[in-house]
Design a protein around this ligand. Structure first.
Ligand code: GDP
Ligand code: IMO
Ligand code: MG
Length: 421
């Protein structure tokens, strides 16, 4: 009957994939609304780990339909590889999925343009995943893009050639080691492969489903601080990762949205460049990275780690209209004698509790509150009653600071390590 949204409140990798998988049994449809193969969403169950990039995280449940919305950008090559990888665990993946005709295609030359853009930025590079995300969204807003629906039309090849040639002209100004010719064959083969999945007008299908009383979970990618408008620009991705992005990325009206689940780590991480006020460069940062196994799910790059940042979370909660919070990786904090939470910033000599225009270290210094940690291993806990007192106190403190209830706490990567409060 309604649409709920699940999205990240930090710089991505909060654990969206795990929770979408856990929540899927309550929904008829899981729909991705933005981003593309820059995302890496990890799910673990039955001792197996799966990493999804374009496929929605409800795919391992028999009774749910998984829709790739119009706001998503698709690299057919990566998508094909992804499907082939999960086929043994989800043999009916083709019938469980639908793709919006209005989703844009990432061309091989988009990936090369991404690399060229980063090369040109030099030291100021974004630290992009180099999947062609930025150039593809640029072609979308520049009204040059190719969409999934175009592959069904007779002039597809011609339109492809035109766009490719435009890209090659731009690329001729760079020295890049990029063999687009051999990739091109794979790309067209992958599009044929992709056609095994029905292409649909997903906004029509989703609205029809709502009329029929179905429940939809919109799955976000990246995180609110990577949003193109509200993130730490220019160190962001090229889509709206926030709640409004679910409306434009799926064709769902704002008044159809019920709950907005905001998901965050009990600490904070970031991968790629850009400001990160609570980043730790000491032993604590190294411990978080090691215990949290903080390596990018898409690129394998080490993630930068730091304490939780409450001004940033408050900002993300407001922008998204978060109704329930989900705290991930609380198990990683076990063993810290002291846990710190940034409650405010010192910003150009003033104390502020909001997020300023610039978050760079020359402007912003975090002000911390110290909380007592806990030593117990919490990964086998099955009820909130078993929480160590100081974990309970940390949860109470965060709820008070953030003004939104925490309804789920995650204590490990597995489906089962999920506690409802
Ligand atoms: P996503 O992009 O938001 O889906 O998150 P990622 O999958 O990129 O990163 C989250 C990582 O943390 C994955 O390796 C998950 O398996 C893992 N994870 C998720 N929840 C927990 C948790 O509660 N505890 C621990 N230790 N790991 C978790
Ligand atoms: P999930 O969905 C974490 C980061 C990149 C880079 C910036 C721009 O798994 O949470 P892009 O490839 O979009 O041009 O990169 O955004 N980034 C992510 N960081 N999780 C993600 O996705 C990310 N997707 C992009 O590291 O800093
Ligand atoms: Mg990820």
């Amino acid at each position: 009957m309604a649409v709920d949204i699940l999205l990240g409140l930090q710089w991505g990798d909060e654990g969206k994939g795990k929770i979408v998988d856990v929540f899927t049994q309550k929904y008829n449809i899981i729909a991705r609304f933005q981003g593309g193969p820059n995302a890496g969403h990890t799910l673990e169950f039955d001792g197996q780990k799966h990493v999804l990039h374009t496929i929605p995280s409800g795919i391992f449940h028999e009774n749910s339909l998984n829709i790739i919305g119009n706001g998503v950008v698709i690299d057919p090559i990566i998508f094909k590889r992804e499907i082939e990888k999960i086929l043994p665990s989800a043999p009916d993946v083709f019938s469980r999925m639908r793709i919006s005709r209005k989703a844009h295609l990432i061309l091989p030359t988009h990936r090369a343009l991404d690399a060229a853009s980063e090369q040109a930025k030099g030291k100021k590079k974004i630290g992009s995943t180099l999947k062609g995300i930025g150039p593809t969204y640029m072609d979308k807003t520049g009204r040059n893009g190719l969409r999934v629906g175009d592959t069904e039309l007779p002039d597809f090849q011609e339109n492809y050639e035109n766009l490719k040639n435009k890209h090659l002209e731009l690329l001729s100004h760079f020295e890049l080691d990029f063999d687009w010719q051999s990739t091109e064959q794979d790309w067209f083969a992958a599009i044929e492969f992709m056609k095994q999945i029905p292409f649909i007008d997903s906004e029509v299908v989703l609205n029809e489903a709502l009329r029929k009383g179905k429940d939809i979970l919109a799955e976000g990618a990246q995180g609110s601080l990577l949003d193109i408008d509200f993130g730490t620009y220019p160190f962001v991705t090229s889509s709206n990762t926030t709640a409004a992005g679910a409306c434009t990325g799926l064709g769902i009206a704002p008044n159809k949205i019920r709950d907005v689940f905001g998901i965050f780590k009990a600490y904070c991480t970031r991968v790629g460049s850009g400001p990160f006020p609570t980043e730790l460069f000491d032993e604590n940062g190294a411990t978080l990275a090691k215990k949290g196994n903080e390596f990018g799910s898409t690129t394998g790059r080490p993630r930068r780690c730091g304490w939780i940042d409450l001004p940033a979370l408050r900002y993300a909660i407001a922008i998204n209209g978060v109704t329930q919070l989900i705290m991930m990786k609380a198990d990683v904090l076990s063993g810290f004698e002291e846990i710190k939470a940034c409650t405010a910033y010192e910003y150009r000599g003033e104390i502020i509790e909001s997020l300023p225009y610039r978050l760079d270290p020359e402007f912003v210094k975090p002000i911390y509150k110290s909380l007592p940690g806990w030593s117990q291993d919490v990964t086998k806990i099955t009820t909130p009653a078993e929480f160590p007192d100081n974990l309970r106190a940390y949860i109470n403190f965060l709820e008070l600071e953030l003004g939104v209830p925490i309804s789920v706490v995650s204590l490990g990567p597995d489906r089962n390590q999920t506690i409802y409060l």
